[in-house]
Design a protein around this ligand. Structure first.
Ligand SMILES: Nc1ncnc2c1ncn2[C@@H]1O[C@H](COP(=O)(O)OP(=O)(O)O)[C@@H](O)[C@H]1O
Ligand SMILES: [Mg+2]
Length: 225
C-alpha cells in the first residue's frame, strides 16, 4: 500500500553545510495496517511525512502509494492523487479559520474524487461527534473538537493512507487519548492504513505495532538524534 525506497532529503544548515535529515532505505505499510513511529523532536518525522505526501520534494528515492509512483508525477497529478489517496492530520489541526466546520470538510473534499458532497460531509462530521457543530467556526470549538474536524476532513475522501503527525501534541491527556482512539477507529472502519508519528510515549502505547524512527531512518541513527 505504502512503499518507500532509498528516500533522501538534506537541508542546508545555517553554517552552510548540508545535513542529511531523511535517509530511509526500505519502509512499507500494508493495506489497513496501523503503525506508530517513535522519534525524538528533530529526528525528521515531519520531514519524512512531508516527503511521503509530496508536500516536500525528495532529493531522491521512491514513494509508492497504492501502486502509484508519486515522485514521478507532474505537480497537478500529484495534487490530485494526494487528495484522492491521502489524509493528513496535523498537530496544529490546520483548519481554515474563516470557514465553518462543514465548510472546512467540504473544502477538503472539493479536491477529492467525490467533490464537495454536503451529505457525506455531514455524515463524517456526525461520525466524529460534531453533527451539532456544523456551522461553528474553528475558534468557537475546543481544541479536542478542532482536532475532530481535522480528522473528519482527513477521512472525508476515504483515503487509502492516513498520515498523522503528532496529532495529539496540542491536546490534554484525556482528549489526546480520545482523539487517537477516534482516528484509529475511523481508519479501521474505512480500511485506511495509518502511519502515526510521535514522541509521546502515552500516545505511542495505544498502538500494538510500534517502531523506533531511528531504526527506519538512517539519517537519525547516524546523527544520533
Ligand atoms: N526547511 C528546512 N530547512 C533547514 N532545516 C530544516 C528544514 N525543515 C526541517 N529542518 C531540520 O530538520 C530536522 C528535522 O526536522 P523535523 O522533520 O521537523 O523533525 P521532527 O518532526 O521529528 O521534530 C530539524 O533539525 C530541523 O531543524
Ligand atoms: Mg514534527
Amino acid at each position: 500500500m505504502l512503499s518507500v525506497q532509498n528516500l533522501t532529503k538534506s537541508f542546508v544548515s545555517p553554517e552552510g553545510g548540508t545535513v542529511a535529515i531523511v535517509d530511509v532505505r526500505d519502509f512499507a505499510l500494508g493495506t489497513g495496517e496501523q503503525l506508530a513511529l517513535r522519534g525524538e523532536s528533530g529526528s525528521g518525522k515531519t520531514t519524512f511525512l512531508h516527503l511521503i505526501a509530496g508536500i516536500l520534494a525528495a532529493d531522491g528515492g521512491s514513494v509508492r502509494i497504492d501502486g502509484v509512483e508519486m515522485t514521478a508525477l507532474s505537480e497537478p497529478r500529484r495534487d490530485r492523487l494526494r487528495a484522492e489517496k491521502l489524509g493528513y492530520i496535523f498537530q496544529t489541526f490546520n483548519l481554515l479559520q474563516g470557514y465553518t466546520v462543514l465548510e472546512n470538510v467540504l473544502l477538503g473534499m472539493s479536491f477529492g474524487p467525490r467533490g464537495a458532497d454536503r451529505r457525506h460531509a455531514r455524515e463524517i462530521l456526525a461520525r466524529v461527534g460534531l453533527g451539532h457543530r456544523l456551522n461553528h467556526f474553528p475558534h468557537q470549538l475546543s481544541t479536542g473538537q478542532q482536532q475532530r474536524v481535522a480528522v473528519a476532513r482527513a477521512l472525508s475522501n476515504h483515503p487509502k493512507l492516513v498520515l498523522a503527525d503528532e496529532p495529539t501534541g496540542n491536546l490534554d491527556r484525556k482528549h489526546a487519548r480520545d482523539a487517537l482512539l477516534l482516528i484509529r477507529e475511523v481508519c479501521r472502519e474505512q480500511g485506511a492504513a495509518l502511519l502515526f508519528v510521535s514522541h509521546d510515549e502515552e500516545a505511542l502505547a495505544q498502538f500494538e505495532v510500534r517502531r523506533d524512527f531511528a531504526e527506519v531512518n538512517q539519517a537519525t541513527r547516524e546523527a544520533g538524534r
